[in-house]
Design a protein around this ligand. Structure first.
Ligand code: GUN
Length: 283
């Protein structure tokens, strides 16, 4: 193995500690803690774990956590009514509705109803538009965490060739926008991309967010490239990423592990976004 392992867990712990200190200062000056409301509909086991760890991390960072666990049969109208109540609640600075939602609820309708000023996920079309136009707004937590790791590893990203594999609203599209804003040359690849291995081979930066275990092969990677693996796939061998780790680690310059890479950054960035929301909402 030649690649340096990018320790997202350690980076995230440092970020959480800094946010925790600033959140304590906010609490002192505003006379109330910053507050994050997390809404879970149904009992998807993975979502359950994520929501529990978000709540714990919120409290550990000196903020208030409001957890709303609703049954899977909850109607779209009832969920919209809860979102409206949270929009109007001055103790709540950030609102996160955990995805995926049950099939009878339209996620986009729910996301669009969250106040853009409390949309700490950065999924509201207003925040997506702000990101695309370079205006200040909330940036989705996973791509924000990836960008922090990339800049920590590489410094200036200007002029580098970046390939983002995956075009979701949650990761791929905002990741491409963030890298473009940093003056990287960005290609978005996806399931219809022809000759993906050749597209990946020219990249200095590879961000893999396809949701398929060991999809990106070591032979595709340019020697010395930096690989960010967003995938969290449950397999018989445990959690694995979207990148064939052993193959990639023998050629890449640096690579994030799964687990312990991007995953911890997502929660750290959520806390960061919540503190930013609190300052904006209080100010
Ligand atoms: N499901 C998986 N990742 C996320 C996320 O970052 N935010 C929300 N709301 N749901 C998710």
């Amino acid at each position: 193995m030649t690649a340096q392992i990018i320790d997202g867990k350690a980076f995230a712990l440092g970020l959480r500690a800094r946010v925790g200190e600033l959140a304590a200062a906010f609490r002192g000056s505003a006379g109330r803690p910053a507050g994050l409301a997390v809404v879970l509909v149904g009992d998807d086991p993975a979502s359950n774990v994520y929501v529990r760890s978000k709540g714990k991390a919120t409290i550990a960072a000196n903020m208030e956590s409001f957890e709303h666990r609703l049954p899977a049969e909850t109607s779209q109208d009832d969920l919209l009514a809860l979102v409206e109540r949270l929009n109007a609640d001055d103790r709540v600075d950030g609102i996160l509705v955990q995805l995926p939602l049950p099939a009878h609820i339209d996620a986009q309708t729910i996301i669009t109803r969250i106040s853009p000023d409390k949309d700490v996920d950065g999924f509201h079309p207003v925040n997506a538009g702000r990101l695309m136009t370079g205006l200040p707004g909330f940036v989705p937590c996973t791509p924000l965490g990836c960008l922090m790791l990339l800049e920590d590893q590489l410094g200036d990203l200007s002029g580098l060739d970046a390939v983002v594999i995956g075009r979701s609203n949650i990761v791929g599209k905002p990741m491409a926008a963030l890298l473009t804003a940093k003056s990287a040359t960005v290609t978005i690849a996806h399931s219809r991309t022809r000759d993906l291995s050749s597209v990946v081979r020219r990249a200095d930066i590879i961000v893999a967010a396809v949701g398929r275990a060991d999809f990106v092969k070591g032979e595709w990677i340019k020697p010395g490239a930096t690989v960010i693996d967003v995938g969290i796939n449950r397999t018989d061998e445990g959690l694995v990423g979207d990148v064939d780790f052993d193959g990639a680690a023998s050629v890449a310059g640096a690579i994030t592990p799964v687990p312990g890479g991007v995953g911890p950054m997502t929660i750290a960035c959520l806390l960061r976004n919540t503190l930013v929301a609190a300052h904006r909402n209080a100010g």
